[in-house]
Write a protein that binds this ligand. Structure first.
Ligand code: C5P
Length: 224
């Protein structure tokens, strides 16, 4: 059967990765969480004490760090590894969420991540979620979905996700983080968060995960 690239872009915490993961499992496609890659770069820079404006340091870091994904057989989760070590929980912390958009704006970082994402999807048969998949990484993706939802709904979902991992964060702090990231992600010069002209809009404010997954699968059927 024809192997497609499915690009799922949109605002922070709209349910992109939950939907993308379920679609990938249904189709037996690979799943790539591109946000996890920018988070991993952020974690590495912090741990190596490299300031984000130190471009020589950032360049060195990009040569040193190796980002891969490993499937956890027990949970079925795709976990991000930094130089061979699973760092999934570390990259999801609020301290990383608060800084990641300052790292993802750096052109050198974007070039390195986009190139790796293009290599990961070159055989197609992949679901990729992020901010610029349908516009920059795979402008030729056969299915493009752009997800959005009201910010309070997104913040509540994010709060529950963090709480399930033992991190208790106030709703106001999460709303502020989402608004800031949406702003920085949409206004940066290099591959900003933007709906591709041929992407279909999916507002997840009032719909369930199953409905989101069905929506994408219907698009996939139409593209096959
Ligand atoms: O998807 P997630 O919320 O984990 O992404 C974290 C951050 O990574 C985003 O706020 C954005 O700054 C950056 N990102 C990006 N391009 C992508 C995916 C994520 O700039 N394709």
């Amino acid at each position: 059967m024809k192997q497609l690239v499915i690009a799922i872009d949109g605002y922070s915490s709209c349910g992109k990765s939950t939907t993308a993961k379920a679609v990938a499992a249904e189709l037996h496609y690979a799943y790539v969480d591109t946000g996890a890659m920018y988070r991993a770069v952020t974690l590495y820079l912090l741990e190596q004490n490299i300031a984000f404006h130190d471009l020589a340091g950032v360049e060195r870091a990009l040569h040193e760090l190796h980002i891969t994904f490993r499937r956890n057989r027990r949970t079925g989760r795709n976990e991000v590894c930094l130089n061979g070590t699973i760092r999934e929980d570390d990259i999801r912390q609020m301290r990383i969420s608060n800084l990641v958009s300052e790292v993802s704006v750096i052109p050198m970082v974007r070039h390195a991540m986009v190139a790796q994402q293009q290599r990961m999807g070159r055989k197609r048969g992949v679901v990729m979620d992020g901010r610029d998949i349908g516009t920059t990484v795979f402008p030729d993706a056969e299915v493009k979905v752009f997800m959005t939802a009201e910010v309070e709904v997104r913040a509540r979902r994010r709060q529950e996700e963090l709480a399930s991992k033992g991190e208790i964060v106030g709703l106001d702090d999460i709303v502020e983080n989402l608004r800031k990231r949406d702003y920085l992600d949409s206004t940066r010069a290099e591959s900003p968060l933007r709906r591709a002209p041929d992407a279909v809009l999916l507002d997840t404010t009032h719909i369930t995960i199953d409905e989101q997954v069905d929506f994408v699968l219907e698009r996939v059927s139409a593209a096959l």
